[in-house]
Write a new protein. Sequence first.
Length: 206
Amino acid sequence: MAHPTPFADRWHETWSLLREPAPPDLLLRIAARYSEPHRAYHNLQHVVACLQQASTIRPRLEAPAEVELALWYHDVVYDPHRGDNEERSAAFAAEQLRSLPPGVVESTGSLILSTKHPSAPATSDGRFVVDIDLSILGAPPEAFDDYDAAIRREYRWVPAPLYRRQRRAILQAFLDRDRIFATDHFAAILESQARANLTRSITRLS
């Protein structure tokens, strides 16, 4: 298990938004989950990158603490063989955060479920959480290519022809949207690069 110390300060920062002491045991459990050997992208580095994005838009958020808790927990359950990871992550978060007010727990769970990406969330914070989760799509080309390769490692068990076909369909679905990013903020800074990255990746998969 990766030692959580490098992430402890960021954990404390999130809990300071709640005006609550940061429970170290919860961070240990999170670190254990995100350090599972099958994870190449969905790990603590991804979570911290999401939290860094959240920090830059904190004044725009209605409930910054719930947004950050959702980002900490949004991939805490991750089995690439299953399609219910978001539901299981939300349930895990609800159990771990049961000492918090029910409204905070419920809001956090709803934000986690928004990362299933079925459609643009109805709430402003939900849209920001989704855009933060997708922000890697608009990363510089080298960082996007590293992400693309890491996703393939997480799905190494899928035969290459099937992986290429399914991955191409997923990426094309994002490219076919009128706008990849739901918020004006992220669309302005990431939309163009995301479309270039997706087009390049789809071409490689063809």
